[in-house]
Unconditional design. Structure first.
Length: 229
């Protein structure tokens, strides 16, 4: 762990950026939806990306007609999580997405702080399975914050932990709610995925193989200079 303040920092989302847990979340939510007789497809799942577990459940239940009490909802969320954890258990470092490890290492090699900002309560476990828990200066996840994405709290907390000003940070996200959170935090937003979906991102790349930290730093400083004049 490095606690020295750094001039600039990269703050990565986990699910869907570093590893394809987005697919595992989808499998687990779809199974729950099937049990409840709710039609739930990939388009519906896209809307859940980046949202907290309970917010995701509310969106899923809104696709059906039945009403459930708080206790029932907690039990459903628990059931989905148990299914999800069984899938996570099978993960290995081979489940890192293409370019992810290089992206993390090159961000560090550029002398920048590197943090994780995840909406998941299972982030630490997933990082362990992937063998990259020690690559991050700080890990901020849903266990540490009150407000879920699209609220900026998780990104601001990560920046604070790194000792970096928000305008000196680049956030990297695959979810619409996540990109909104980065922008609301006052950071430069790199979307990973489809530019037609990630409309609010400052820049969209297909995956982390296209991620060159030094490019973003130059771009960010230019933006700051323009903003300050
Ligand atoms: C986010 C995912 O990172 O974490 C969401 O994009 C997920 O799909 C959320 O619902 C919460 O994850 P968990 O592991 O706490 O249920
Ligand atoms: Mg994500």
């Amino acid at each position: 762990m490095n606690h020295e303040p750094r001039p600039s920092a990269f703050i990565f989302d986990l699910d869907g950026v570093i590893t394809d847990t987005a697919e595992l979340h989808y499998v687990a939510w779809r199974a729950l939806a099937l049990d409840l007789g709710i039609a739930f497809g990939e388009q519906d799942n896209e809307q859940l990306k980046g949202l907290s577990r309970m917010d995701s459940l509310e969106r899923l239940l809104a696709l059906g007609t039945q009403q459930f009490g708080a206790g029932e909802k907690l039990a459903m969320a628990e059931r989905k999580n148990t299914h999800y954890l069984a899938l996570v258990e099978k993960m290995t470092p081979a489940d890192l997405l293409p370019g992810a490890l290089d992206a993390l290492h090159s961000a560090r090699a550029a002398g920048c702080g590197v943090a994780l900002a995840s909406a998941s309560k299972n982030a630490a476990l997933v990082l362990e399975r992937l063998g990259i828990a020690r690559v991050f200066d700080h890990v901020v996840d849903s266990n540490h914050i009150r407000n879920s994405k699209p609220h900026p709290e998780v990104f601001l907390a990560a920046a604070r932990a790194l000792g970096a000003a928000p305008q000196d940070c680049v956030g990297i996200e695959d979810a619409v709610a996540g990109v909104q959170a980065i922008r609301a935090a006052g950071m430069f937003a790199v979307g990973v995925g489809n530019a037609r979906v990630l409309l609010a991102a400052d820049q969209v790349i297909a995956d982390l193989r296209h991620f060159v930290p030094s490019n973003y730093l130059r771009g960010m400083h230019r933006l700051r200079w323009v903003n300050e004049t």
